[in-house]
Design a binder for this molecule. Structure first.
Ligand SMILES: [Zn+2]
Length: 139
Protein backbone atom coordinates (compact mmCIF):
# COMPACT_ATOMS: atom_id res chain seq x y z
CA UNK A 1 0.00 0.00 0.00
CA UNK A 2 3.08 2.22 -0.02
CA UNK A 3 2.65 3.15 -3.69
CA UNK A 4 -0.95 4.12 -2.95
CA UNK A 5 0.08 6.20 0.03
CA UNK A 6 2.73 7.97 -2.07
CA UNK A 7 0.20 8.67 -4.82
CA UNK A 8 -2.38 10.18 -2.47
CA UNK A 9 -0.05 11.87 0.01
CA UNK A 10 3.49 12.75 -1.05
CA UNK A 11 5.86 15.53 0.07
CA UNK A 12 3.03 17.18 2.03
CA UNK A 13 0.91 17.21 -1.13
CA UNK A 14 -2.50 15.55 -1.37
CA UNK A 15 -3.05 14.13 -4.90
CA UNK A 16 0.06 16.05 -5.98
CA UNK A 17 -1.53 19.39 -5.05
CA UNK A 18 -0.13 21.81 -2.46
CA UNK A 19 -3.34 22.63 -0.56
CA UNK A 20 -4.28 25.94 1.03
CA UNK A 21 -7.45 27.95 1.59
CA UNK A 22 -7.38 29.38 -1.95
CA UNK A 23 -6.74 25.98 -3.52
CA UNK A 24 -9.85 24.69 -1.72
CA UNK A 25 -11.87 27.69 -2.99
CA UNK A 26 -10.58 27.18 -6.54
CA UNK A 27 -11.35 23.44 -6.56
CA UNK A 28 -14.74 24.10 -4.98
CA UNK A 29 -15.45 26.47 -7.89
CA UNK A 30 -14.43 23.72 -10.33
CA UNK A 31 -16.63 21.18 -8.54
CA UNK A 32 -19.63 23.55 -8.60
CA UNK A 33 -19.10 24.24 -12.31
CA UNK A 34 -18.87 20.50 -13.03
CA UNK A 35 -22.04 19.80 -11.03
CA UNK A 36 -24.13 22.34 -12.95
CA UNK A 37 -23.66 20.43 -16.21
CA UNK A 38 -24.82 17.24 -14.46
CA UNK A 39 -27.86 19.10 -13.04
CA UNK A 40 -28.82 20.44 -16.49
CA UNK A 41 -28.24 17.09 -18.21
CA UNK A 42 -30.31 15.25 -15.58
CA UNK A 43 -33.21 17.75 -15.91
CA UNK A 44 -33.14 17.43 -19.72
CA UNK A 45 -33.05 13.61 -19.66
CA UNK A 46 -35.88 13.53 -17.10
CA UNK A 47 -38.24 15.71 -19.18
CA UNK A 48 -36.93 14.49 -22.58
CA UNK A 49 -36.59 18.10 -23.76
CA UNK A 50 -33.82 20.67 -23.33
CA UNK A 51 -34.42 22.56 -20.08
CA UNK A 52 -32.29 24.85 -17.94
CA UNK A 53 -33.34 24.43 -14.28
CA UNK A 54 -33.06 27.36 -11.85
CA UNK A 55 -30.34 25.44 -9.98
CA UNK A 56 -28.20 25.74 -13.14
CA UNK A 57 -28.11 29.55 -12.80
CA UNK A 58 -27.50 29.43 -9.03
CA UNK A 59 -24.62 26.96 -9.52
CA UNK A 60 -23.24 29.05 -12.42
CA UNK A 61 -23.30 32.13 -10.19
CA UNK A 62 -21.66 30.34 -7.23
CA UNK A 63 -19.02 28.63 -9.40
CA UNK A 64 -18.09 31.80 -11.29
CA UNK A 65 -17.80 33.86 -8.08
CA UNK A 66 -15.61 31.18 -6.45
CA UNK A 67 -13.32 31.04 -9.49
CA UNK A 68 -13.32 34.85 -9.85
CA UNK A 69 -12.17 35.25 -6.23
CA UNK A 70 -9.54 32.54 -6.77
CA UNK A 71 -8.32 34.36 -9.90
CA UNK A 72 -8.40 37.80 -8.25
CA UNK A 73 -6.81 37.04 -4.88
CA UNK A 74 -4.65 33.96 -5.51
CA UNK A 75 -3.79 33.38 -9.17
CA UNK A 76 -3.70 37.11 -10.04
CA UNK A 77 -3.61 36.29 -13.74
CA UNK A 78 -5.30 38.78 -16.11
CA UNK A 79 -6.52 36.07 -18.53
CA UNK A 80 -8.09 34.05 -15.70
CA UNK A 81 -9.58 37.18 -14.06
CA UNK A 82 -11.16 38.43 -17.30
CA UNK A 83 -12.61 34.96 -18.03
CA UNK A 84 -14.76 35.24 -14.88
CA UNK A 85 -15.03 39.04 -14.45
CA UNK A 86 -18.40 39.52 -16.19
CA UNK A 87 -20.02 36.09 -16.64
CA UNK A 88 -22.02 36.49 -13.41
CA UNK A 89 -24.05 39.38 -14.96
CA UNK A 90 -26.21 37.19 -17.28
CA UNK A 91 -26.52 34.57 -14.49
CA UNK A 92 -28.04 37.16 -12.13
CA UNK A 93 -30.18 38.61 -14.95
CA UNK A 94 -31.54 35.14 -15.80
CA UNK A 95 -32.41 34.55 -12.14
CA UNK A 96 -34.20 37.93 -11.87
CA UNK A 97 -36.21 37.27 -15.05
CA UNK A 98 -37.01 33.71 -13.91
CA UNK A 99 -38.33 34.79 -10.50
CA UNK A 100 -40.31 37.72 -12.00
CA UNK A 101 -41.87 35.34 -14.50
CA UNK A 102 -42.67 32.80 -11.77
CA UNK A 103 -44.27 35.54 -9.64
CA UNK A 104 -46.40 36.68 -12.60
CA UNK A 105 -47.91 33.21 -13.02
CA UNK A 106 -51.50 32.91 -11.84
CA UNK A 107 -52.90 30.22 -9.59
CA UNK A 108 -56.13 28.72 -10.87
CA UNK A 109 -58.74 29.21 -8.09
CA UNK A 110 -60.52 25.98 -9.09
CA UNK A 111 -57.78 23.36 -9.64
CA UNK A 112 -54.66 25.11 -8.34
CA UNK A 113 -52.86 24.80 -11.70
CA UNK A 114 -50.10 27.35 -12.33
CA UNK A 115 -51.31 29.35 -15.35
CA UNK A 116 -49.02 31.43 -17.64
CA UNK A 117 -48.98 35.23 -17.13
CA UNK A 118 -51.79 37.20 -18.84
CA UNK A 119 -53.86 34.04 -19.40
CA UNK A 120 -57.65 34.42 -19.16
CA UNK A 121 -58.52 30.76 -18.72
CA UNK A 122 -56.81 27.88 -16.91
CA UNK A 123 -55.25 25.55 -19.53
CA UNK A 124 -55.91 22.56 -17.25
CA UNK A 125 -59.58 22.98 -16.28
CA UNK A 126 -60.82 25.91 -18.38
CA UNK A 127 -62.05 28.07 -15.51
CA UNK A 128 -61.47 31.84 -15.75
CA UNK A 129 -58.32 33.23 -14.13
CA UNK A 130 -56.70 36.67 -13.75
CA UNK A 131 -58.53 39.74 -15.00
CA UNK A 132 -61.61 37.88 -16.23
CA UNK A 133 -62.06 36.37 -12.79
CA UNK A 134 -61.80 39.80 -11.14
CA UNK A 135 -64.42 41.25 -13.58
CA UNK A 136 -66.86 38.36 -13.04
CA UNK A 137 -66.43 38.74 -9.27
CA UNK A 138 -67.59 42.38 -9.45
CA UNK A 139 -70.81 41.67 -11.40
ZN1 LIG B 1 -57.75 25.20 -13.34
Amino acid sequence: MDWFHNLVWHDGKFLGIQWGVWKVIGWLGNAVFFSLFLVQWYATEKLKRVVVPTAFWWLSLAGSLLLLSYALFYQKDSVFILAYAFVWIPYIRNLIIHYRHAAAHLDCPKCGNLCPPHSHFCPACGSPVGEILIKSDRS
